[in-house]
Design a protein around this ligand. Structure first.
Ligand code: ZN
Length: 324
């Protein structure tokens, strides 16, 4: 979503002030258990207070409290030292040994926008070539009416999603990690990062900025375009499969309905105007997890517990796609 209001005063990124709530993770807990732990650690403090567990069967696992220096999850979803791995595209420093169903698979997660874009409007407004036409390098994204920005949302879901996928053995790369780089990257570069990583799947995470009353999620699929540097013909079909699986699992895990304002109730929309899709040579989709400008959706999007479900739903779609 593009929201570039000149008078928009971006809230400062909230740094974790909840030292006591930082929960150390055991070094070698099983994947499902870690997923639950991450949920407990990051979902509850920032969430809506709901006690509901994740949709997985791991909800009944008791919570070990043994501390470990190997990593920790804070209430804003960051995993240390993962979050301190500043270089764009760098695999998590805390990635477990590659094992599990996604061993050998590369997933690129593209957190939509960047919290720093608000301070770099000149840079993000420059035009880049997306094959079919030119477009802004990047946009600031939208926010809830209370000021929770899309850029913060997308990074938070991205961190949660990375933790889940790495536990399944995947190699996960980010297009950016908030302050690295300090803005962007541009949409063409976001596509290039996925291409250069030879990603088996790439997902760009967003939330929409439509009118109150418009709610629900939708997954954006690349149209088959062939113009300039854009040639999505080879990836259109696998991207559609990836998108359908993400949509189905997102719906099942979060309970969020498909969009009531776009996609005719399917939760799927095909577009040819997004550089991040047009320039991709690997299977890639966008997901708009909800509408930040709708009060009902905003209540979900600002809940840490809900964001954990969102990450879980997206991950299960990715796993379904990668396992065939
Ligand atoms: Zn967006």
């Amino acid at each position: 979503m593009s929201y570039v209001g000149p008078d928009f005063d971006p809230p400062q990124p909230r740094r974790s002030r909840r030292g006591p709530l930082t929960v150390a993770l055991a070094a070698l807990v099983p994947g499902a258990l870690l997923g639950w732990l991450v949920y407990e650690a990051v979902g509850a403090p920032g969430g809506s207070g709901q006690a509901a567990g994740p949709a997985s069967s791991s909800a009944s696992v008791s919570r070990p409290l043994s501390a470990s220096p190997s990593g920790s999850v804070t209430d804003d979803g960051k995993v240390s030292p993962t979050a301190s791995a500043k270089a764009s595209g760098t695999p998590s420093a805390s990635a477990p040994a590659a094992s599990g169903p996604l061993k050998g698979k590369v997933v690129v997660i593209d957190p939509g926008h960047n919290p720093g874009n608000f301070r770099h409007t000149a840079e993000i407004n420059r035009q880049v070539d997306i094959g079919t036409n030119s477009k802004e390098c990047d946009t600031t994204g939208t926010s809830t009416n209370s000021g929770y920005t899309e850029a913060r949302f997308t990074l938070d879901v991205a961190h949660r999603l990375r933790a889940i996928l790495e536990q399944q053995g995947a190699t996960v790369k980010f297009t950016h990690d908030g302050d690295s780089p300090p803005w962007g990257p541009c949409v063409d570069e976001r596509a290039r990062i996925g291409n250069n990583a030879h990603a088996d799947a790439a997902v760009s995470i967003h939330a929409d900025g439509s009118a109150e009353g418009n709610r629900g999620f939708h997954v954006i699929l690349p149209a088959a375009v062939h113009a300039g540097a854009a040639d999505t013909r080879p990836i259109a079909a696998p991207s559609k499969s990836l998108g359908e699986r993400i949509a189905g699992n997102f719906l099942r895990v979060t309970g969020e309905p498909p969009s009531n304002y776009i996609g005719d109730g399917t939760g799927l929309v095909t577009r040819k105007d997004l550089g991040g899709l047009n320039l991709s040579t690997v299977p890639k989709v966008f997901i708009e997890c909800g509408n930040m400008r709708d009060s009902k959706d905003a209540a979900l999007l600002t809940s840490g517990a809900w964001r954990q479900k969102a990450a879980q739903g997206i991950s299960e779609g990715i796993v379904s796609f990668l396992r065939g």
